[in-house]
Design a protein around this ligand. Structure first.
Ligand code: ZN
Length: 183
């Protein structure tokens, strides 16, 4: 069940749109403008973030924004135009945690079909334990695996990324990129 809010008005002329299958051989319903014929295609958005690690501890941020205020997350957010995936992940890590870090390899690609998003997490190596979180974060701190507040993790993809990270670390094998499908 897809949850994004439907488009109501044409981005070109402002008229009310109607959802229908366009006449051009398309097979999906789109928001089509009856006035100027603009077809509004809706596609998944990318959420980009990092798993910042210092020795055997992982950095989590306590959210100061909705949704999931007060829950813990990895630094991540919507990718912006005119940046690469890795640049976006690094930017979010700077904005949300104010951390000093070095970007690592891509770790996981997660399709979150219910909300029409793709979440991409990179590994990142923290250079120290000093953080200067921005306004979206109440607190940024490091957790050993046994300290992770599993019941207070903000998002399923974050819980899954952490689970996979600790699994890989136990096996000593970070050789593969995880692909996860969340329906
Ligand atoms: Zn229009």
């Amino acid at each position: 069940m897809f949850q994004r809010a439907p488009i109501r008005h044409c981005k070109n002329c402002g008229s009310a749109v109607a959802y229908r299958i366009p006449d051009d051989g398309d097979t999906r319903e789109r928001a089509v403008c009856p006035n100027c014929d603009t077809i509004h295609y809706e596609n998944p958005l990318n959420v980009v973030g990092t798993i910042p690690v210092l020795d055997d501890r992982v950095l989590l941020c306590k959210r100061n924004i909705e949704p999931r205020w007060g829950k813990w997350t990895l630094p991540a957010g919507f990718m912006e135009l005119e940046e690469t995936v890795a640049q976006g992940a690094a930017r979010e890590t700077t904005e949300e945690a104010g951390a000093n870090f070095r970007m690592g390899d891509l770790f996981a690609v997660m399709s979150v079909m219910r909300v029409g998003q793709v979440h991409l997490f990179y590994r990142a190596e923290l250079l120290d334990d000093r953080f200067d979180p921005g306004h979206e974060t109440i607190e940024a701190r490091l957790f050993h695996e046994e300290e992770i507040p599993w019941d207070d993790i903000a998002f399923r993809t974050v819980r899954e990324a952490l689970r996979l990270y600790f699994e890989d670390r136990r096996s000593g094998n970070f050789g593969r990129i995880h692909t996860v499908d969340i329906t």
